[in-house]
Design a protein around this ligand. Structure first.
Ligand code: FES
Length: 511
């Protein structure tokens, strides 16, 4: 496999059991990443009985593909928030994120989670002078937002530098050690955690929610979609853009590397996030960048190669030990959607975190725990999951949905890579059209073909081949599937159908 997440090596060997039989709870949490585990922990501490359902391993999904960086500002820059909101809202965004960081710090200390947590400075800088004005802008907006920003110097920064801003006392940790450590510490009579348990359906009735899973039914008063994007067909998918970016971890030997979170702007305004992490006496430098819409790159390997070229040119690092992809969902009005699906619903969502998910995931847990237990929360309205902001969302809404509409057209006959399986080379995948059926065909290195339907079970877009991660990725709302059709992430509940071909006849099997 070409990609393997740096953080996945920290997923512990000990597994939580799978659900075996039906059960009841006050709250069912879907997803065992930072959002789900924190939500479950907070609610169990308040005396509610919580069941958490993770389709794979706790901490092994999006959390293990993140950066481990924690900061109170935002990836899209404060300036962009000011294009849509006034200073009062932007200050609340920053202060809510700072509160979530404090919650993480208190969990680390309270539960004694061994996750290499430390406070470090955060830097936003121009690697080349063409980007200096962006830095001036961000400094000015940080001042307006009560962010304790100062000016950085070239001595602080590990690459070329022309101008930069620093915010002290932000933080870093190992995201997998944090989430798995928190899960282990928080598991109790009030909190049962199940791994390898896939949720197939969520039905909300008058005063209960019923979840159909691969291990049995779960009946709860409340359900929380802590799955990065909610499962099923939801209105949110029209206001969220699914994006993927890549990360690499390079061996850095004995080389000195300053402490901090480094976000630098380089040629063509490209932004890269850089940090280091020491593991067992070995120093690694992590570089993240090259964002693009899920399922819409014709060569994902090229994106990884671009990162490698950046690390070589700007950091002098050439020994790449890990490569991986990570997903994020950009909300049209720049704020996440957190809380009840509607005013009266007992189903909660937490989505649209952009690339700021470790802090927003924790904040979502705090807000949802307060809403379920009827405790006041000063940020709940601002991030409300049923807010509607037509003016603030309009431009981005149109852009994302015109893009999605274009992808839906690929379902039409003739839109394919090839009509003959012999053209699918070993180690690659392609969309083959046979008998008016679009087939996602993957041939492994020994020549064996695996065939699944190319039609995404979420809303019927046609999936595309991701050559870096060897997955089928849906370009519409970001569902991703293994070559055998199993769901990896995204809103799809069900796998891609298995396909068999006999002569010219194409047969579709169950999930
Ligand atoms: Fe929505 Fe595939 S994720 S159609």
């Amino acid at each position: 496999m070409y990609t393997k997440s740096f953080w996945n090596q920290f997923v512990p060997a000990r597994e939580f059991p799978g659900l075996a039989g039906s059960t009841e709870a006050d709250v069912a949490v879907i997803g065992g990443g930072i959002t789900g585990i924190t939500t479950a922990m907070l609610l169990a501490k308040r005396g509610l009985h919580v069941v958490l359902l993770e389709s794979m391993r706790v901490g092994g999904g999006t959390t293990s593909h993140s950066t481990g960086n924690l900061y109170s500002t935002v990836d899209k820059n404060l300036k962009q928030l000011y294009n849509k909101y006034d200073a009062e809202i932007v200050k609340k965004v920053v202060s809510s994120r700072a509160a979530a960081m404090n919650q993480i710090e208190s969990n680390v200390h309270g539960y004694q989670v061994d996750c290499d947590y430390k406070r470090v400075p955060w830097y936003l800088y121009a690697g080349i002078s063409e980007n200096n004005s962006m830095i001036d802008d961000e400094y000015n907006h940080a001042m307006k937002s009560d962010v304790a920003a100062g000016w950085a110097t070239s001595a602080d920064i590990p690459t070329g530098f022309t101008k930069g801003v620093v915010v002290p006392a932000q933080a870093q940790f190992n995201p997998v050690k944090y989430v798995t450590g928190l899960a282990g510490a928080a598991e109790s009579d009030n909190l049962q955690i199940y791994e390898n348990t896939v949720v197939l359906k969520v039905d909300e009735e008058k005063d209960r929610v019923i979840l159909e899973t691969t291990g049995g039914l779960v009946t709860a008063r409340y359900a929380v979609h802590a799955t990065h994007t909610p499962k099923g067909v939801k209105v949110y998918h029209t206001v969220l853009g699914p994006y993927r970016e890549y990360g690499i971890a390079c061996r850095a030997g004995e080389r000195y590397f300053p402490e901090g979170i480094f976000w630098g702007y380089y040629e063509d305004g490209r932004k890269y996030s850089i940090r280091h992490y020491d593991n067992n006496g070995e120093r690694y430098v992590l570089v993240i960048g090259e964002p693009h819409k899920v399922g819409q790159s014709d060569d994902n390997i090229r994106a990884v190669k671009n990162l490698e070229a950046f690390a070589s040119t700007h950091l002098g690092l050439n020994d790449v030990a890990y490569r991986w992809g990570g997903q994020h969902y950009r909300p049209a009005d720049l704020l996440p959607y957190i809380g009840r699906e509607s005013k009266t619903s007992n189903v909660f969502v937490a989505t649209g975190f952009s690339t700021d998910g470790l802090v927003y995931g924790t904040l979502a847990a705090m807000i949802i725990a307060d809403e379920i237990t009827n405790a006041p929360n000063e940020w709940s309205e601002m991030y409300s999951a049923h807010r509607f902001t037509p003016v603030k969302s309009a431009a981005q809404f149109l852009k994302e949905n015109i893009n999605v509409a274009g992808e839906f057209l690929k379902v039409l006959p003739g839109m394919k890579d090839t009509s003959d399986f012999v053209n699918v080379k070993p180690g690659t995948g392609a969309i083959v059209e046979k008998d008016n059926t679009k087939i996602a065909a993957y041939r492994n290195d020994t020549g064996q073909l695996t065939l699944v339907s190319a039609v995404c079970p979420h809303m019927k877009c046609i999936v595309n081949w991701n050559n870096a991660e060897q997955t089928w990725d849906c370009p519409c709302h970001g569902s991703r599937f293994k070559t055998d059709g199993t769901v990896l992430e995204g809103p799809a509940f069900h796998a891609l159908h298995r396909i068999t071909v006999e002569g010219e006849d194409v047969k579709k099997e169950g999930h």
